[in-house]
Design a protein around this ligand. Structure first.
Ligand code: NAD
Ligand code: ZN
Length: 380
């Protein structure tokens, strides 16, 4: 037992008091874990665009004050009642979508949409008692997607923690807790391109480039990257992207540009932007007869996906995925092993590092489109 088990821990956290305003470093009280919960000491976290969307709250449910963060690596500090498969000292990656291991989804080979712990961006409290474990002088601070990793300590449901090889460097594998697993799985588990096929990737951020990496691993011969930010293109070459399309360079719709480049359309496309117009283009640019498009980006609340039904009748398939269809507890330990035995490179996704006190810089990098993932070091 650690000396802090069962006690409130006072530690530093970066609190979002208001939408779109810089996070503020605060001393927060973190209550002990309740039944089926685990308190985790976060060592490294990184910023994903999903945090930024909900922090900006443009067309997203505003829930403030809140502690964001869902891409991270840490060590178990203490466990609540009923937790049997984790103990203090275990190395874990928190994941925004959980795996209870009991429901129909968890028992299905095809789904990772756990009935109990699937992503919920509107709930800012823990399931056990409907309350937050974070407070400042008694005022509750909301959780984000059950992870809230922008805090030195956080409380997470045991079903949202992947126990990983303790030899894996947490400052690298923390990016597998969301973005990189999501992009990789979207291609490998959902789009499933055949060897020699063509794949279009919309959005060349960390998620999209991980999707490109999946296409390269699958043996795709053409990987077409689509992005509005021309600076992304040089970086994308390192990820096996072979051709580039910037929609701004063309006066016709991007799906027509891609159809011309590929004699009727790509075999697979993966959308990693969050823009609904890119989602529609990603669907319309796949070849009729066999094309499959996979949506990954998180849309705005009021977005509607609009396409002519003929595009579907013509035997195109539209799919979507959270977390690349990986089940966090069952599958993520083996994705970490792919990094450990050098099948998967993570270093190239990590373009910046900042100490926790400078977390707002990570937001600036993402908003200006500079770099891919920024690692935030908690103890620096
Ligand atoms: P990012 O901001 O680093 O990258 C997004 C890229 O898309 C940027 O390079 C941007 O220039 C480009 N882009 C934006 N609009 C575009 C358009 N209309 N056409 C072409 N390119 C466009 O973000 P990220 O962290 O890589 O995340 C990508 C998306 O995936 C976000 O929407 C994020 O919320 C989502 N996401 C989903 C899941 C999931 O499980 N489904 C998990 C993680 C992230
Ligand atoms: Zn994410």
């Amino acid at each position: 037992m650690s000396s802090t088990a069962g006690q409130v821990i006072r530690c530093k956290a970066a609190v979002a008091w208001e939408a779109g305003k810089p996070l503020v470093m605060e001393e927060v009280d973190v209550a002990p874990p309740q039944a089926m919960e685990v308190r985790v000491k976060i060592l490294f976290t990184s910023l994903c665009h999903t945090d930024v969307y909900f922090w900006e709250a443009k067309g997203q449910t505003p829930l403030f004050p809140r502690i964001f963060g869902h891409e991270a690596g840490g060590i178990v500090e203490s466990v609540g009642e009923g937790v049997t498969d984790l103990e203090p000292g275990d190395h874990v990656l928190p994941v925004f979508t959980g795996e209870c291991k009991e429901c129909r989804h968890c028992k299905s080979e095809e789904s990772n949409m756990c009935d109990l712990l699937r992503i919920n961006t509107d709930r800012g409290v823990m399931l056990n008692d409907g309350k937050s474990r974070f407070s400042i002088r008694g005022q509750p601070i909301y959780h984000f997607v059950g992870t809230s990793t922008f805090s030195e300590y956080t409380v997470v449901h045991v079903g949202c923690l992947a126990k990983i090889n303790p030899a894996a460097p947490l400052d690298k594998v923390c990016v597998l807790s969301c973005g990189i697993s999501t992009g990789l799985g979207a291609t490998l588990n959902v789009a499933k391109p055949k060897k020699g096929s063509s794949v279009a990737i919309f959005g060349l951020g960390a998620v999209g480039l991980a999707a490109a990496e999946g296409a390269r691993i699958s043996g795709a011969s053409r990987i077409i990257g689509v992005d509005l930010n021309a600076n992304r293109f040089d970086e994308a070459k390192k990820f096996g992207v072979t051709e580039f399309v910037n929609p701004k360079d063309h006066d016709k719709p991007v799906h027509e540009v891609i159809a011309e480049m590929t004699n009727g359309g790509v075999d697979r496309s993966v959308e990693c932007t969050g823009s609904v117009s890119a989602m529609i283009s990603a669907f319309e640019c796949v070849h009729d007869g066999w094309g499959v498009a996979v949506l990954v980006g998180v849309p705005n609340k009021d977005d509607a996906f609009k396409t002519h039904p003929m595009n579907v009748l013509n035997e195109r398939t539209l799919k979507g995925t959270f977390f690349g269809n990986y089940k966090p507890r069952s599958d993520i330990p083996s994705v970490v092993e792919k990094y450990m035995n050098k099948e998967l490179e993570l270093e190239k996704f990590i373009t910046h590092e900042v100490p926790f006190a400078e977390i707002n810089k990570a937001f600036e990098y993402m908003l200006s489109g500079a770099g891919l993932r920024c690692i935030i070091k908690m103890d620096a």
